[in-house]
Design a binder for this molecule. Structure first.
Ligand SMILES: [Zn+2]
Length: 78
C-alpha cells in the first residue's frame, strides 16, 4: 500500500505541433525522449504528453524532431 508504480512513458500521447496529428513512432522512443529531457519518470503521469515539432507525416524529409514534454495544464518542462 502507498507505493505507486511509475507511469509507463510509452503510454504518453504524442502530438505534432505542426500538423496537429497524433504521432505514432517506434516502441521505446517515448522512453528515450523522457531520458533525454532529463525529467524523472516519477514526474510523468497521464496528464503529460509529448509535443513533436514536426512528424514523418508533415515533414517526411526530417528523421529527427525536437520534442517537448508538457503537462496538459500547458506548463512546459523542457
Ligand atoms: Zn506533423
Amino acid at each position: 500500500m502507498g507505493s505507486v508504480a511509475p507511469f509507463d512513458p510509452e503510454l504518453l500521447y504524442v502530438e505534432c505541433a505542426s500538423c496537429g496529428e497524433p504521432v505514432i513512432w517506434e516502441p521505446g522512443k517515448s522512453t528515450e525522449i523522457l531520458h533525454w529531457s532529463g525529467m524523472s519518470i516519477l514526474e510523468i503521469d497521464a496528464t503529460c504528453m509529448i509535443v513533436s515539432q514536426g512528424c514523418p507525416h508533415c515533414t517526411p524529409e526530417e528523421e529527427f524532431f525536437d520534442t517537448q514534454i508538457v503537462r496538459l495544464s500547458n506548463e512546459a518542462f523542457a
